[in-house]
Design a protein around this ligand. Structure first.
Ligand code: XIL
Length: 487
């Protein structure tokens, strides 16, 4: 297996800092109940980077929490070992040493009692206290690279006679029930992430049983799809699309042109090359998913909070024309895909809605292609709460302009579960009442992995906005939607 570097990073909102994306890409794990040995073999390598995780890192809000793991890498003759115990971003133990021979043929990690013992070639073993991690259960294998290397073989054996088994994730392992989508009059969607899908059968069951539309929560953002200029990495997003196809779900793509979640090279590109970069990104991504992704958020969040258009790298390079250029490129890339502008804060009357309508009318007057508008419907505080009749009216105003609508990212603050249920019902109800509204998508499934988890906080401080709580128990809002969608 060849491991090549792709430089994927999670962009931290509002800052120029970047956090490494999880190197979990093998989707393999092993189960153990006692002492074990993991051995990796190489055809003489000068570099490798390997990680054992207690669980896969989930991307929360522009951030991923660091799960318990041990990471070992060899680079430029230096062997580095890091240990994270799940209590923070920084390793709780780390060491660096220079092996006598700067190339590796074989590397093993033993876990015995409360220690890790590391062997590289025939060097003296390195001992580390295990800090209580990776003793038993499911352990996930992660591979990473700063320069290419090849893994010739990997094996897991028990050191105390208990069972140690290497597994591939079976994404079809679920328990199905008749859920939200059964008999629903509109498509019911969820924003989905690959890591919980790989790790959590309850998450898979909730997804497959309840939803007829899948929206990749982060996997189709530019930072992940084009981490290096001209290098497209579709693997994770492809896996999500494959799952959708196998479960008979439609896919909505999110998102092509955005002010956030752009890889560093894109953010730092010159303004003269930026239009080409944008158009090329749209063409490559939509071309790859032609026939598989039915609709796209082409432009995401074009409005500024303080009025007018949001400042971003696209506006900086092309002025307000960037929106028209993007939409035209999208139509050309896949004429069969439905193309959307997606925005928050459009549910209420006021200046923001007027600005948005102004933008839409300008695009229409210029003959720019556009099929519809996504109402994100993030309801995070009392001031965000939606008046259903206003939302119906906004959908009607768009319908008069020939545009479809979708509820694209619904989630509702949940200190009061009855109030939460009634807001879910109001927004979904507005869609049901509007013939131009096509689908209702919630921005995630369970609070366990939700985007309103507090950033940078250990231990994790989960949000409360989604339909299932962190134990995957459906909330009153779920029950309310169930009744409404079938009525
Ligand atoms: C959020 C994701 O849910 C988080 O996991 C990620 O860390 C940051 O982005 N509006 C959008 C979405 O259009 O892309 C955002 O998704 C939520 C707000």
């Amino acid at each position: 297996m060849e491991i090549t570097p792709i430089d994927r990073r999670i962009v931290t909102l509002g800052s120029a800092s970047y956090q490494a994306n999880p190197p979990y890409n093998t989707a393999s794990y092993f189960t153990t109940s006692g002492d074990y040995r993991m051995t990796a073999k190489f055809n003489t390598e000068s570099s490798f980077s390997l990680r054992l995780y207690a669980s896969l890192p989930i991307i929360y809000d522009e951030w991923r929490a660091e799960p318990a793991s041990i990471g070992v890498s060899l680079e430029q003759g230096n062997l580095r070992v890091n240990l994270w115990d799940g209590s923070g971003s920084e390793p709780v133990d780390s060491l660096q040493l220079t092996p006598d021979v700067p190339v590796v043929q074989q590397f093993s990690i033993d876990h015995i009692d409360n220690r890790f013992i590391l062997y590289i070639n025939n060097e003296e073993p390195i001992m580390l206290d295990d800090r209580g991690i990776l003793r038993e259960g499911k352990l996930w294998l992660g591979l990473d690279a700063n320069q290419s290397w090849t893994l010739a073989d990997i094996s897991i054996t028990s050191l105390n006679g208990s069972d140690v088994v290497l597994h591939e994730v079976d994404l079809t392992d679920t328990t199905l029930t008749a859920g939200l989508m059964t008999g629903a009059r509109k498509q019911v969607g969820a924003a989905v992430a690959l890591e919980p899908l790989l790790m959590d059968k309850g998450y898979r069951s909730a997804l497959y049983s309840n939803f007829s539309l899948l929206v990749p929560e982060n996997a189709m953002k530019p930072q992940f799809l084009q981490p290096r200029h001209g290098v497209f990495v579709f693997d994770d997003a492809d896996q999500l699309v494959k799952v959708a196809v196998s479960q008979g779900m439609a896919v909505h793509g999110h998102t092509l042109v955005f002010s956030e979640a752009n890889p560093q090279w894109m953010t730092e590109s010159t303004t003269t090359e930026r239009q080409t970069i944008m158009v090329d990104h749209i063409a490559q991504v939509m071309g790859h998913y032609k026939g598989k992704v039915a609709s796209w958020d082409v432009v995401n969040e074009p409005l500024a909070d303080e009025g007018g258009l949001r400042q971003n790298i696209w506006l900086e390079a092309m002025g307000q024309d960037y929106i028209a250029v993007a939409l035209r490129a999208a139509r050309a890339a896949d004429p069969d895909a439905k193309i959307f502008i997606n925005e928050y804060g459009l549910e209420a009357d006021g200046e923001r809605w007027q600005t948005f309508l102004g933008l839409i009318d300008k695009l229409r007057a210029a003959g720019v292609p556009l099929d519809g508008v996504g109402f994100q419907s993030h309801i995070y505080e009392t001031a965000d709460e939606v008046d259903g009749s206003v939302l119906v009216n906004h959908m009607q105003q768009l319908a008069e302009r020939g545009l479809a609508a979708r509820i694209s990212e619904l989630d509702v603050h949940g200190e009061d579960v009855d109030q939460q249920a009634s807001q879910y019902e109001t927004v979904a109800g507005a869609c049901l009442k509007s013939s131009s509204c096509q689908s209702i998508t919630t921005w995630g499934i369970t609070d366990k992995y939700g985007s309103t988890t507090e950033s940078q906080a250990y231990p994790l401080s989960l949000g409360d906005d989604l339909l299932w709580d962190e134990t995957l128990k459906p909330k009153p809002a779920y029950r309310r939607l169930e009744v409404l969608l079938k009525s």
